[in-house]
Design a protein around this ligand. Structure first.
Ligand SMILES: N[C@@H](CCC(=O)N[C@@H](CS)C(=O)NCC(=O)O)C(=O)O
Length: 209
């Protein structure tokens, strides 16, 4: 297997952190998003959606989308479980993971992609170019404030995002919070529960992956 990766980007980080937690290692190929390598023909043949991460299997199958890659790896190597074991654990982790992907990861993307010069004309990842809409950057900032409140409340009642144990919901949450910190100064201020959790999950060796 091989992972198409880009070190500076949040979605590949979700997969790298998951792999580190599981003790899975494989060759990686860096796709330089800054140089728009994701739009070159060689990479379009791997993923016509022009995004990383992508997992390449030994038979040539390509699997895109961070959570889909994670689900595949969990299916072939279930231990230690990071998607829950009982039906209720699995549902709760999946619920929080998905909520944070939509409300947190996409909110930060909305701010960055609609405000910084580098993304002019490239307001969405993928093969189709889109103009920036500054109002979406404003809305994204409000969405970040909302998800921080949501996380604060959740981590006031639960040790980890998906429940008692560390799970993939913590991975998406950590990546999203670190991503949000790029656009909001003092993000963790007045969020003591998020701070406590952030310190603890950031201390895991996998957070450096
Ligand atoms: N929903 C996809 C999102 C993938 C994605 O947007 N990846 C970004 C890097 S974080 C990308 O490849 N961007 C390419 C671009 O900006 O053109 C996933 O979960 O993998």
């Amino acid at each position: 297997m091989k992972l198409y990766d880009f070190k500076g980007a949040p979605n590949p980080r979700r997969v790298r952190m998951y792999m580190a937690e599981k003790g899975i290692s494989m060759p990686t190929q860096e796709i330089d998003l800054m140089a728009r390598e994701q739009h070159e023909d060689a990479f379009r043949a791997v993923n016509p959606w022009c995004t990383v991460p992508v997992l390449e299997l030994d038979d040539g199958t390509h699997i895109c989308e961070a959570m889909t890659i994670i689900r595949y790896l969990e299916a072939i190597q279930p231990e230690p479980p990071l998607l829950g074991t009982t039906p209720v654990e699995q549902a709760t982790i999946s619920m929080w993971e998905h909520k944070l992907e939509v409300d947190a990861m996409l909110a930060v993307g909305e701010v960055l992609r609609n405000s910084i010069h580098r993304f002019a004309g490239r307001a969405l990842p993928g093969p189709v170019d889109h103009e920036q809409i500054p109002a979406l950057a404003e809305r994204g900032r409000k969405r970040i404030a909302y998800f921080m409140e949501l996380l604060e409340e959740r981590l006031g009642e639960s040790e980890h995002v998906g429940g008692a144990d560390f799970s993939v919901a913590d991975i998406t949450a950590l990546v999203a919070v670190d991503f949000a910190a790029r656009v909001v100064e003092g993000l963790l201020d007045s969020h003591p529960n998020v701070q406590r959790w952030h310190e603890s999950v950031s201390a895991r060796p996998s957070a450096q992956a």
